[in-house]
Design a binder for this molecule. Structure first.
Ligand SMILES: [Zn+2]
Length: 377
C-alpha cells in the first residue's frame, strides 16, 4: 500500500481517459464499502468518486479538477492491488481499511494541496482508518491486516515504518471504541487456563523485573532449586538477567505466551522456556530446554510446578508416551517433539507467533467461560 499522490492525473478527463483506456469497470463492492464507512461516521455518500484504475498498484486520494473548474474528491484504486491485499491478509477488512485510509486523507485535507506522501500525512490517515474501522466493528487485527501484510518494515522517504503505522491504527482504533477480541489476542484468565488443566503456584513469590521485546516487565521468581542446596530457589537472582519475546504488558506485568531466556546472577544454567503468564504468574506445565552447561540442548523438559522431568532427549530416550508429554503436544502442536523444534528452541529461534496459533487452537474450546475484562497495557 504505497499510497501516494504522485500520479499525474490533474483533471477528471485525464483520469477518465487513462483509467478507461486500461479498461476499468466501476466496482460495486468498493462503492458499497465506502458508503458503509461514510454512513457509519454520518457523512453523505456522495462526497467521493471512486474509480478503479488498473496498474497503479496502489490506492490514491486525489482532488481532481472537472471541466467546470470544480474539484472532485477522487479515490483511485487498483482492483488487482486490492484483491492481492485481501488475499494475503485473508479478510475483506484489509480492502476496507485501504479505502478508509484514503477517505481519511481527504477528510483531513491532505489531498487539497496534491503534494506527495509524507510521514505525518500517512500516520494521520492510518489513525483515521483505525478509528473508522473500530466504528465499523472490525477487531484490531482486522483493522491492521492490510498494513500487517506489507512486506516492508522500515521507513522510506514517503512512508513511515510498519510498526509506527500499526501503532497509529491501534491508537485510532482505541479512540474509536474498538473492542478487543480477547480470544483473538490469545489472552486468557487464570480461571480459563485452570479449567484446561494448567496450574498456578499458590505461593506468593517475590517479583523480578526482566527485560525484553516491550521493555521492562515484572514476573514472579518461578525458578526452583537447581541443585541439592540452592539458597536462591524462587528468588529474583535466578531471573534478573532474563529476556522475553512475545506476550504483552498489563499494569507492568508480563502476560500471554512468551519465549523466555531465563538467566540470572545466581542461575546455574541458562534455559529457554516457553510458557504462559497471567499477571506475571506462571501457568504450569511449561516446557524448557537448557542453553548451555552440562545438559544437552537437544533435551526437552517439562516443569509441572514442583515436579520436573524430561520428555525427549534426542538420541537417548523419549518419554513421549507420558500423559503430560502428550498433553504438551496438544498444546503446542505436533512439532514440539521433533529434533528441529528442540534444536531451534534451544537456540531461541522459534516463531512465537506460530506457537501462539497452536496455543490458541488448544484454548479455543474454553470460550464458553466468561472472559475477564482485560485492558491492554
Ligand atoms: Zn496514504
Amino acid at each position: 500500500m504505497q499510497f501516494s499522490y504522485s500520479q499525474n492525473y490533474q483533471t477528471v478527463e485525464e483520469v477518465d481517459t487513462i483509467c478507461s483506456q486500461l479498461g476499468f469497470a466501476s466496482d460495486e463492492d468498493a462503492q458499497l464499502a465506502v458508503d458503509r464507512i461514510l454512513k457509519q461516521i454520518g457523512l453523505p455518500s456522495k462526497g467521493f468518486t471512486l474509480k478503479s484504475c488498473p496498474n497503479i498498484n496502489n490506492a490514491v486520494a486525489k482532488n481532481i479538477k472537472g471541466s467546470n473548474g470544480k474539484y472532485h474528491r477522487y479515490i483511485l484504486y487498483d482492483n488487482q492491488f486490492m484483491s492481492r491485499i485481501e488475499n494475503s491478509a485473508n479478510t475483506d477488512w484489509s480492502a476496507i481499511s485501504i479505502l478508509a485510509h484514503e477517505i481519511g486523507h481527504h477528510l483531513i485535507g491532505h489531498s487539497l494541496n496534491n503534494e506527495g506522501s509524507n510521514h505525518t500525512y500517512e500516520l494521520e490517515a492510518d489513525y483515521w482508518s483505525g478509528w473508522a474501522l473500530a466504528k465499523l466493528g472490525a477487531s484490531l487485527t482486522e483493522a491492521q491486516s492490510a498494513i500487517q501484510s506489507l512486506r516492508y518494515e522500515k521507513a522510506t522517504s514517503t512512508h513511515p515504518a510498519k510498526k509506527d503505522r500499526l501503532l497509529e491504527i491501534e491508537k485510532g482504533w482505541d479512540d474509536g471504541g474498538g473492542i478487543i477480541n480477547q480470544m483473538e489476542l490469545g489472552i486468557y484468565s487464570q480461571a480459563q487456563l485452570e479449567s484446561k488443566g494448567f496450574r498456578f503456584s499458590g505461593e506468593n513469590r517475590e517479583m523480578v523485573t526482566i527485560n525484553g521485546e516491550y521493555g521492562p516487565v515484572k514476573i514472579e521468581a518461578f525458578i526452583g532449586s537447581e541443585s541439592n542446596t540452592d539458597d536462591f530457589m524462587y528468588k529474583k537472582e535466578k531471573l534478573d538477567l532474563s529476556n522475553y519475546k512475545g506476550g504483552f504488558i498489563k499494569n507492568g506485568f508480563l502476560n500471554g505466551l512468551v519465549l523466555l531466556e531465563a538467566n540470572g546472577t545466581q542461575k546455574i544454567e541458562k534455559q529457554n522456556i516457553l510458557l504462559y503468564f497471567v499477571n506475571g504468574k506462571v501457568a504450569y506445565p511449561y516446557i524448557d530446554t537448557y542453553i548451555d552447561g552440562s545438559n544437552p540442548s537437544n533435551f526437552l523438559g517439562v516443569q509441572e510446578g514442583n515436579v520436573s522431568y524430561g520428555c525427549i532427549y534426542i538420541g537417548n530416550w523419549s518419554n513421549e508416551d507420558k500423559d503430560i508429554c502428550k498433553e504438551l503436544k496438544q498444546i503446542y502442536g505436533d512439532d514440539i517433539f521433533s529434533s528441529d523444534f528442540i534444536n531451534n528452541f534451544g537456540k531461541g529461534n522459534i516463531d512465537t507467533k506460530l506457537i501462539e496459533a497452536q496455543f490458541k487452537d488448544f484454548i479455543r474450546s474454553i470460550n464458553q467461560i466468561p472472559l475477564d475484562s482485560w485492558n491492554k497495557k
